[in-house]
Design a protein around this ligand. Structure first.
Ligand SMILES: NC(=O)c1ccc[n+]([C@@H]2O[C@H](COP(=O)([O-])OP(=O)(O)OC[C@H]3O[C@@H](n4cnc5c(N)ncnc54)[C@H](OP(=O)(O)O)[C@@H]3O)[C@@H](O)[C@H]2O)c1
Length: 314
């Protein structure tokens, strides 16, 4: 009799939008085990909701999920969490840095600690999620930090694959909520309404992560959604679902940078920063086909189906 080889996944940043989605997908579609790493007790509670009687996971699925609290920059804690795992998915990341949460700590330091922790472990491969436009010498602080983090993983012991994605839309996530408010609301303003967006469905990102990990793909890959359109057009495509025709006045992005810069001067945790605005303003226009071929993905969720799922069905 040939015994089935089961995978054991180490997932860091497991309580985030994509982490929770990945956990549910893996436990429901495979017999693999998961070690889900979070950095606080409150984050742990978020994952416990998945395994509660009202949660998405059955008792049998929940039994294959272990929860661990660790500091993402603590090598010994990560090493202990990775015991027996054969692959890792690193989902730790921030769009907005503050005085208390720097890009360096969340991106470069967490990747350096992970690489060190896994160097002598059973983990053979790391899948990392980054942002389209990331590169070590990017002018934008967030994109440069993500690019540095990618380089740290690429130079480390286990094989590493970075998937760089643009705006991700999933049921119940922050980006979808913001888009719904725009689409169902009244007239408003938008910074540089002509900037290009290429949203990708969260379910497709999870499929891409699974494919990259299972195939132990190495290197960096850009993966965008099936359609590229201006930000104003995206808002209107969403508004169509509410039979709404709001008018969005486009403001120069320079004004946005001025406002964000001023907020950064006076607030410890401003609602928007210049680096964050720069990432959101990035023109995303990628041909997804080459990466889909590498991943063996045949199709992506069409934009209108994605919008229906995240804006209306929720
Ligand atoms: N969602 C998108 O549109 C998108 C687009 C491109 C790339 N990505 C990348 O995909 C990954 C996962 O995205 P997501 O949507 O699941 O993100 P998310 O929901 O914001 O989750 C991010 C994770 O990172 C942790 N984290 C946040 N700030 C941290 C800090 N200062 N130090 C250490 N850990 C910190 C969070 O933990 P706490 O809950 O404890 O704060 C959480 O576990 C991220 O690396 C992100 O950069 C996402």
């Amino acid at each position: 009799m040939v015994s089935e080889v089961l995978g054991k996944w180490l997932i860091t940043g497991a309580n985030g939008n994509l982490g929770r989605r990945l956990i549910v997908h893996l436990l429901q579609s495979t017999r693999d085990n998961i070690v889900a790493v979070v950095r606080s007790e409150s984050a742990l509670q978020t994952l416990r909701q998945l395994t509660s009687p009202e949660g998405d996971l059955s008792e049998a699925d929940s039994a294959r999920l272990s929860l661990v609290v660790a500091d993402y920059t603590n090598v010994a804690q990560l090493q202990a969490a990775a015991q027996g795992c054969d692959r890792a998915v690193h989902l730790v990341g921030i769009l907005k840095a503050t005085a208390f949460a720097t890009y360096q700590a969340a991106h470069e330091d967490s990747c350096a600690a992970l690489v060190e922790a896994l160097a002598t472990s059973s983990v053979k491969h790391i899948t990392y999620l980054s942002i389209v436009g990331s590169k070590p010498d990017a002018a934008n602080a967030c994109l440069a930090s993500k690019g540095q983090a990618e380089a740290i993983l690429a130079a480390g012991g286990p094989g590493a694959c970075t998937l760089r994605v643009p705006m991700v839309l999933g049921e119940g996530d922050y980006a979808s909520g913001a888009l719904r408010r725009r689409a169902s609301g009244k007239n408003g303003f938008v910074f540089r309404g002509e900037s290009l967006e290429q949203p990708i469905y969260a379910g497709d990102v999870v499929s891409a992560i699974c494919a990259a990990s299972t195939q132990q793909l190495e290197g960096g890959y850009d993966l965008g959604g099936p359609e590229c359109l201006t930000r104003k057009e995206l808002y209107q495509r969403g508004a169509d679902l509410f039979a709404n025709t709001p008018i969005f006045v486009s403001l120069p992005i320079g004004l946005g940078y001025l406002v964000a810069g001023a907020l950064e001067q006076f607030l410890g945790n401003p609602p928007i920063t210049t680096a964050m605005l720069g990432v959101l303003d990035h023109d995303d226009n990628i041909d997804p086909e080459p990466t889909m071929k590498h991943l063996g993905m045949e199709k992506l969720t069409p934009l209108d189906d994605m919008l229906k799922a995240v804006l209306v069905a929720d």
